[in-house]
Design a protein around this ligand. Structure first.
Ligand SMILES: [Zn+2]
Length: 116
């Protein structure tokens, strides 16, 4: 029988399908539809990141720590986010992305729904 690999051996990491990541995250915590609706109401139409009104699309749930980075699907890891922030942030670590957004003026750029 082969020896077990040492505990500190680097483990292979393969990109998992989103479905599998979500399933894994939900083993730890999973938010309910009611929790999301309450969170969305409390956010009052304001994007968690850029603090602007979310526009006609009404905002989207965003995992602050993305599922790809081991974030949970629990309500504590979910915020209301505008489409522009959500599309820009993707799987970037949140601190890194906010620093980038502040540095580049991303948060103050006009949004599509504001300029239309
Ligand atoms: Zn935003």
């Amino acid at each position: 029988m082969p020896d077990a690999p040492p505990a500190d051996a680097p483990r292979a990491t393969y990109p998992m399908a989103r479905k599998h990541r979500l399933a894994k995250a939900r083993e730890i915590a999973r938010h309910t539809g009611a929790e999301w609706r309450a969170k969305k109401r409390a956010a009052n139409g304001i994007c968690f990141y850029c603090q602007r009104h979310v526009g006609p699309k009404g905002g989207e749930p965003d995992h602050v720590v993305s599922l790809n980075r081991g974030g949970s699907d629990g309500i504590d890891n979910i915020v209301l986010c505008c489409p522009a922030c959500n599309q820009s942030k993707r799987d970037t670590p949140v601190d890194e992305w906010i620093a980038w957004a502040e540095r580049t003026g991303f948060f103050t750029k006009p949004r599509r729904w504001e300029t239309a």
